[in-house]
Every structure is written in structure tokens, then in C-alpha cells.
Design a protein around this ligand. Sequence first.
Ligand SMILES: Nc1nc2c(ncn2[C@@H]2O[C@H](COP(=O)(O)OP(=O)(O)OP(=O)(O)O)[C@@H](O)[C@H]2O)c(=O)[nH]1
Length: 695
Amino acid sequence: MPALALKTKMTLAVSLLVAGIALFIGFVNLFEFERYYKKMLADQQFLLISALVDEIDDKLATAQNSLVAVSRLITPGMISDKQEAQHFIEDRVGISSIFEGGLFLFSTTGKVITHNTHHEISSNNYSYRDYFKQTMATAKPVISEPFLASFAPYNPVIVFTAPILDNQGKVIAIFAGVIDLTKDNFISKLSSIRIGESGYLYLFNRDRMMIMHPDKNRIFAKDVSIGTNKLYDAAMKGFEGSGETVNSRGTPMLASFKSLKKSGWILAATNPQRQAYAPLVAARRQFYLLLSTVIGMAMALTWLLMSHLTAPLLAVIDHIAVMPLKQGDDRFLHVQTRDEIAVLATRFNQMIMEFDSQTEAAQRLAAFKKAIEADDSLEDVYVRLGCIFQQFGLRDSLIYQISDDQHKMRLIYPSIRDYEQIPGDNVTPNQSRLCEKQPATDDRARASLIFQRLCSPFPGESASPYHCIPIIAGNSLIGIARFPVNPLAANSPEMTRKIAQAEQYIQESLPVIEVKRLLRKLKESALTDSLTGLHNRRFLQEYTENLVASMQRHQKTIGLIMCDLDHFKQVNDQYGHDVGDIVLKKTAQTIKKSIRDSDLVIRFGGEEFLVVLLDIETGSAAAIGEKIRETIQKTTFPLAKGTLKQTISLGISELPHDTDRFWQSIKFADVALYQAKAAGRNCVVRFTEAMWRKT
Ligand SMILES: Nc1nc2c(ncn2[C@@H]2O[C@H](COP(=O)(O)OP(=O)(O)OP(=O)(O)O)[C@@H](O)[C@H]2O)c(=O)[nH]1
């Protein structure tokens, strides 16, 4: 099925609706009208023949009564005197006009005594005729069935009889009047009556014989055989009324039947349905014409209306089609209507705004990712995350970093320098019930790491709860972001949205955080001596210079002590390398313990350690060196069997006293160490300029 426009669909729908309603109403009315019209027509037709039947019955009765009245004037003398009878009949002008077929006086034997016709019929005997027999038998007036006269021109006739009785009531003669059906009289007149254009009347008797018919040839015919005309058959059985039927010639007719009282004959009026119902056909045609006009107008009106109504919608469609070419405010829809199309336009505009805000959010997120990738340190990333949370409106958010062993958490945002008293710093994660890391033994437990719900405050914090988002890298909890919330609005849509945003930024940061963590670890391992855990020479190169420069800016004194175990080769040779390693580790720990935490100990070479003393009293480095030497000397190194004693030689220099150049100062300490070795080892030698000149 082809795709139809909304306008077409609506037009079709409305037209169908109008057509349906119009058809329903029209057909109901038309049906009622047709029913009423047909009934009215049938009733009228029946009324007409009823009136005619009454008239014919009246006429027959009048004719018969007139005949009987005249018959009473006939005397027995007239019956025996043919001459007198002849005069009597000829004088009966009035009755002759009714019985224009002739007046007859019959003897009781059926002989014609006299008559007033011009035919020679006196010798005929009519005792065989039914009307004669019946009159003689009943001594009552009779109207005969039609029959052909026995004299020329042998016309169809009806005979009325009136018996002439003697004093005893015995029939002594019969007076008869003949009605010639071919002549102009009240019966033959029926054939000239027309119903409408081609409807007509006919008269038939109970023998199915046609008495009167417009078609003269059918008079006396018995040509309506049983079954050819159902109403005709019904009339034979006594039906009186009107109805539709098909006549013996196969034409559908509206026919009415009514029988005459006097003779029992049946008068029929029949009218071809085609003609009788012609007004109905015209009405039906009018109806179809009207219906087509109404549907046509409905279609045209609907089309116009829909064109008007869908115009804004089409404008919306056109606008959307060229949307990719538009920019800025041009992308928004402006609809003047206040209907669903306006709602559609509003939703569309909202969608664009939503799209814009999402694009902006995506761009912000992309910019954020770029920024954190460029950040130097992990701390910078966390600080940037914290700033973003502030931008979302998540004020006073906190970000904790979890130690690798998962036992300590340290506040990393806001900077500890700004908020030193914030509770939670160095609180173990376990102390906050909901922030604790679940053991990642199975998938469910792992999933439980990704929770996001209200945290109870840490011990010592105010009672206000937090939303908590764990920061998880791999299977490890590496941080926790906490957002203080108003308990009443903890789960408000606004808060949920902000937390979801924070969650998204954390998720997007995770790869960068992870990479930076790995890099840091890598770097730390590169700067650390794996045997002793001390910083190595590379660390010295990368970091110490800055530190020393800062000290110099603040005019602080830095002491450098170069330490070297005495005869260490022998330890290796005598006890093996493993023991040598143990000695080195313990020496490192011993040196570290002998100085301040803020001082640095570097594994400078194989069995060589460089101690960098920060911010010392000028000239005090040698004393610290001496302290180290003494401590080493007193230290007992345990062996598998027995113990080992070890001494150490130390060379001292001071910055800026000896030189203001760091690496040169190290060199001076090394020169002093050389002097200590030369002096017999297990001693501390302070660098002097003379030593430098010697080398
Ligand atoms: N076990 C062990 N030995 C090391 C390590 N690094 C350097 N050494 C050894 O330290 C010894 C240093 O020997 P030397 O430079 O001859 O000096 P010394 O034997 O201490 O003698 P003096 O310094 O002159 O007192 C060498 O035998 C190195 O193999 C280490 O990491 N472990």
C-alpha cells in the first residue's frame, strides 16, 4: 500500500465517515419513503377498484331491480298474446337503454315469446341456458355469466332475468334483459379506464374467464393459468387487496383485486411496477446525486481544512530536513499555533537544548580528560576532580587516597595544607562502615565495590551523612570521593543528578589515574635501591639539586657525609655475598636511624652511602659523622654462626662553607673519605682545602 499523506488519510477518513452517515440516514429514509409510497400507491389503487366495484355492484343491482320492476308489469295476458307483449316491450324505452343487447320474454319452455332486437330469433329455444335453468329452478332473478350470443354478430353478453310468477308463485314466464359487452355500457367502460400511463382494469369470473379487458381479444379467454400470477390465484381464493406480483405475461405489476357482491366476479386493477414506481427510481437517483455532492463537498472541505491544519506540521518537517545546515538559534522551531504541533515544537526545541547541553557536557568532559592527561601528578588529577565537583555544586567534597596496603586513607582534596584539621586524614577505611572495601572474592563482592550511597561520617565528624563514591582501579580501592549531603535532600533528583555526574567524571578519570599511579610506581622503583630501600644516585640527580637550591636560597647549611664500609671485600670473600647484602642493609638502617627524618641517605655506590644533612649548624656535620661511625662500630651484624663487627670511614664537607656547588661538595666529601681510608679507616675526616690541592 502506498504511503499516504496525513492530509489524504484524514480526507479519506472524514469522507468515509460522512458517506457512512449519509448513506445510513439516506437509506433509512429512502427505505421508509419507498415503503410508505408503495403502500400509499397500493392503497390508492385498491381504493379505486373498491369504488368501481361498488359502482358496478350498484349498476348491476339497478339494472336487475329495473328489470324486476318491469317484469311485474307483465300480465298473463301478455304472455299468451304475443302482440300485446311485443307492444309492451317496445314501449319500455328506459329499460332498453340499460339492456341495449335486447329485452326478451321467454316461455317456461325456453321459447322466445317476444323480443325487441332486429334479429330473427323467435324460433330459438333457450331452455338449455344456465340463466334460464337457474331462474326456473329458483324462481328468482339471475345474472348470467358472460357468454356469446347465439345470434349475429354473436357478441359477448350478460343476461339478467326476472321470473314472472302467477298467484301461486309459480313461474309462468321469464323476462330477460341482455347487456352487450361490446357496447358502451358501465361494464365495457371499465376497459377504457387507465391507471397512470399504462395501468388498466380487467374483470374476470370464478372460472378464470376474462369478462372485460382492454385487449378485446382476451375477453372470454381463460389465459391466466394457475401459478402464472400469484395474486390472481390468491384473488380466486378470496384475497382482496393490493400487492406486487408478476402477471401472466411476465411483467412485474402492482395489482389490486376486489370481488363484486352481486355476481362474485373479480375486478382487478394492474399497473406495471416500472411505471408505478418511476418516482421512486427518480427519488433514488436524486439521493445518489445528493450523496455524491455531499461526499464531494466533505472531501473538498476536509482537504482544505487539513491543508490549513497540517501546514505548521509540514513546516516542522521541512525545518527538520534542513536542520543539519542550520546553526545557533536558527535551529529552533517557531510555531504560532497553540495545539499539539506547538507542543511538538516545544519538545523539539527542548531536545535541541538538551542535545546542546549534552554536547557541551561531552566537550567539557573531553577537555577535562585532556587536562588530566597533561597533569604532572596524580595529586593534580584529584585536585582537578575536586574542582569539577565544586562546579557541579557538590560543595565541600572530599577525595581520599587509599594506601596500597588498603589500611590507610589520606585526604588528597582539598589540599591538606589548607585543611589540616579535617577529620578523616589518616583514618583507616574500615573506620567508615560504608567506605570499607569488600573482599573481591567473587563477582558479587566485586560488584559491591561499585556502590554509591550514603556514608556514615567518620569518627569525630559531624553527624551529617555523605554520598560516597569509591574510586576503584582494577580490583583495588584506590580512593573515595565523599560529598556531604543534607539528609532531607540526600536522594532528591537534583542530588542524584549531581552524584551521577561526579560518578561519570570519576569513571572517565580512572584510566588516567591508573596510568599515573603506575608511572609513579615505576619512577619510584627507578629512584630506589632495591636492596637497602634507600634512594639511589638517580634520585640524587633528579630531586636533590632543587632541594639544595632551596636551602641555599634560605641560606641554610647542608652537610654531606660520604660513608664507606671498611674492608667490605673481605666480608664478601669470607662470608659470601648474601652476608655482604645483609651487612649493607643493616648499615643503611643504622645510618638512617642516626640522622633526622628530614635528612636523606643515598646509596651512592656498592658499599658507599651519601648522607645529605639539611639545615644544620655550620661545622656540625663532622659530629654527626662521628655519631654514625660510633653507631656502626657498636653494631653487631648477626651471622648464621656467630656475629660480625664492621667499621666505617667517613668524609665530611659542608655547603656553602667548602663550596657553593653541590656536586663539588660531594666530591670534597669523597676526597675527605679517601683521607679517612688513608688514615687507617674507622674514622671521620673533615674536608680541607689542602686536601683538594693535594689531589
Ligand atoms: N655483598 C655485596 N657486595 C658489594 C655490593 N656492592 C659492592 N660490593 C662489594 O664491595 C667491595 C668493595 O671492595 P673495595 O672497593 O675493594 O673496598 P674494601 O674492601 O671495602 O676496602 P676499603 O674500602 O679500602 O676499606 C667489593 O668486593 C664489591 O664487590 C653489594 O651490593 N653487595
